[in-house]
Write a protein that binds this ligand. Structure first.
Ligand code: CTP
Ligand code: MG
Length: 204
């Protein structure tokens, strides 16, 4: 199947302390590592959203940056993978599995998820701690795959912010399928995550 890809590399990096898309791991910026994963998995084209050479301008929220990328993709493209520049450790195999599953054509979205290993508690606004059964919970990653028409429709139909595009698909009423993610697909959120990522990449 043919697919295009969007790498979102805008945002302020408030927890990181600076915009992080140009942070370096193994001698290469995050956005370039993330983009290379999609290219190697066979993306017909990769649209990078952010302040990089050849990139398109991002928006205030992640969903706005995805929308800016989506606007660059021809209307006849059937499938799109959306990936965070902040996840430079996703493997080509994961991108291939996402692409292959969305290519089956029966889902609006395909997302990688992994089991949660920490004990999980709900913290009430009043400070009361309530344990949560973690067995059915999954931590969700990118790349995420979409039927492009569904992604466009969900973005159009749903107002408000969302943690990821799959949430927009859910609210729009589409079908979201989960496949196995990768425990090593770390998201660079804090500055200290860079050193961990460097070690993980070096170990491959
Ligand atoms: N992102 C984006 N545009 C935004 C916000 C986020 O393109 N307006 C991208 C980031 O570049 C990152 C991914 O979405 O690759 C996940 O976002 P996150 O890790 O939350 O990055 P920031 O929003 O920049 O960081 P923070 O939430 O700490 O401010
Ligand atoms: Mg953010």
């Amino acid at each position: 199947m043919t697919f295009w890809a969007i790498v979102v590399a805008a945002g302020s990096g408030s927890r990181f302390g600076a915009p992080k898309h140009t942070a370096i791991i193994a001698g290469r910026p995050l956005w370039e590592l993330a983009s290379a994963i999609l290219s190697e998995a066979g993306a017909a084209s990769v649209v990078v959203v952010g302040e990089v050479a050849g990139g398109v301008a991002g928006g205030a929220r992640r969903r706005d940056s995805v929308a800016a990328g989506l606007a660059e993709i021809p209307l006849d493209v059937e499938f799109v993978l959306v990936h965070d520049a902040a996840r430079p450790l996703a493997t080509v195999d994961l991108a291939l599995r996402v692409a292959s599953r969305i290519g089956e054509g029966d889902a609006d979205a395909v997302i990688p998820g992994i089991e949660v290993t920490d004990a999980i508690k709900h913290l009430d606004p009043g400070g009361r701690v309530v344990s949560v059964d973690r067995a059915p919970l999954r931590a969700v990653q990118t790349p995420q795959g979409f039927r492009a028409a569904s992604l466009r429709a969900a973005h159009e139909a749903v107002d408000g912010d969302a943690a990821d595009d799959a949430e927009l698909i859910e609210q729009w009423g589409g079908t979201v399928v989960m496949i196995d993610g990768e425990p090593s697909n770390l998201k660079i959120t804090y500055e200290g995550d860079l050193a961990v990522a460097e070690v993980l990449l070096g170990a491959r």
